[in-house]
Design a protein around this ligand. Structure first.
Ligand code: ZN
Length: 325
């Protein structure tokens, strides 16, 4: 993710290896919420990482894009693959693909879920300078969030909520300049894929009630603060999600405090589509970057993926979706 810090403002743990239960009941409302399966989400993360870094213009990127689109289709979504060519700052062309999966496409009452599926082309935050030009696995920064959405897609194929769901995997999120002192590579910009889609949606005049972005939602012990752009543009969605986390017993992950403003894909969707969106994104107030010591390093790999964190986020989002009217 484009981690550009702009402004400082201020368990009930269900077992992951659920063998039988397929739903959980919210006693207060009588609504059955499907149980998010973190084993599946972990495997979907590993599957993406196994292709190698998902950097545009590489075979691994093409293969993983096909995997994601095929998985959405298999889970029952109608899939549109939006492909185009964008340019890096030095005018190098890159082939990108935004992948859109829609459930109940005829339903006008829609919720948008999104994440970025590309991985960063350079480990420019790595402590070893020799690694600065190497691409990262992006297990947490990319794959984990897409995996959580794939598991939500699988659950949606089994049991539909009242609302229609669109899941978008945005490409080319992670090309921005993070360390201007390291310039020996092709830099691009943050959020290029989401900007392209927001300006050229897969359906003319596409809209949704609101959107939820997942970014870096799979690291052990991750904590999510109320991101500034989210609070500014979609306070009702922040409230809804944080209340859902409390209702499902995951409030230790969803901290009841405001956090940084982070430049991320949600800002593009807010700006160009006028859809209120929030960003569920890890923030580590003790880390030098704010995003964990492994952020934009070669250590952003499967060793830093937690089923418990995936469970907390996935179950919270499923709760929100199944309480939506
Ligand atoms: Zn990133």
């Amino acid at each position: 993710m484009s981690k550009k810090l702009l402004l400082i403002i201020s368990v009930l743990l269900m077992g992951c290896a659920c063998k039988q239960p397929t739903k959980t009941q919210d006693v207060s409302s009588g609504i059955d919420v499907p149980v998010f399966n973190a084993d599946s989400a972990y495997q979907y993360t590993a599957n993406q990482v196994s292709f190698g870094p998902r950097v545009p213009n590489t075979p691994a990127h093409v293969a993983c894009g096909n995997y994601l689109a095929d998985a959405l289709r298999r889970f029952g979504a109608e899939v549109i693959e939006q492909e185009t060519t964008l340019s890096l700052l030095d005018n190098t062309p890159i082939q990108i693909k935004n992948i859109i999966g829609s459930f109940q496409p005829e339903n006008k009452n829609r919720v948008l879920l999104f994440a970025h599926w590309d991985s960063r082309p350079y480990a420019d935050n790595d402590p070893n300078p020799d690694n600065h030009n190497k691409p990262i696995d992006g297990a947490n920064d990319g794959a984990g969030a897409c995996a959580a959405l794939l598991e939500i897609a699988r659950q949606t194929g089994i049991k539909q909520p009242a609302v229609g769901i669109d899941i978008i995997f945005f490409d080319a999120e992670d090309w921005g300049v993070s360390n201007p002192n390291i310039a020996s590579r092709h830099y691009g910009q943050w959020c290029m894929g989401s900007k392209y889609w927001a300006q050229n949606p897969h359906i003319p005049n596409y809209t949704a009630k609101y959107g939820i972005l997942l970014d870096m939602v799979s690291a052990p012990g991750a904590q999510f603060y109320k991101e500034y752009t989210s609070v500014s543009n979609a306070p009702h969605v922040v409230k809804k999600v944080w209340e859902a986390a409390r209702a499902t017993g995951y409030d230790s992950y969803f901290v009841n405090e405001n956090g940084q403003q982070i430049e991320d894909d949600h800002a593009q969707v807010i700006k160009y589509r006028n859809i209120p969106c929030i960003d569920i994104i890890q923030y580590d107030s003790l880390g030098s970057s704010g995003f964990g010591a492994y952020w934009h390093t070669l250590d952003d790999n499967m060793n830093n993926v937690s089923k418990e964190t995936l469970q907390a986020v996935g179950q919270t989002v499923l709760y929100v979706l199944h309480h939506e009217k």
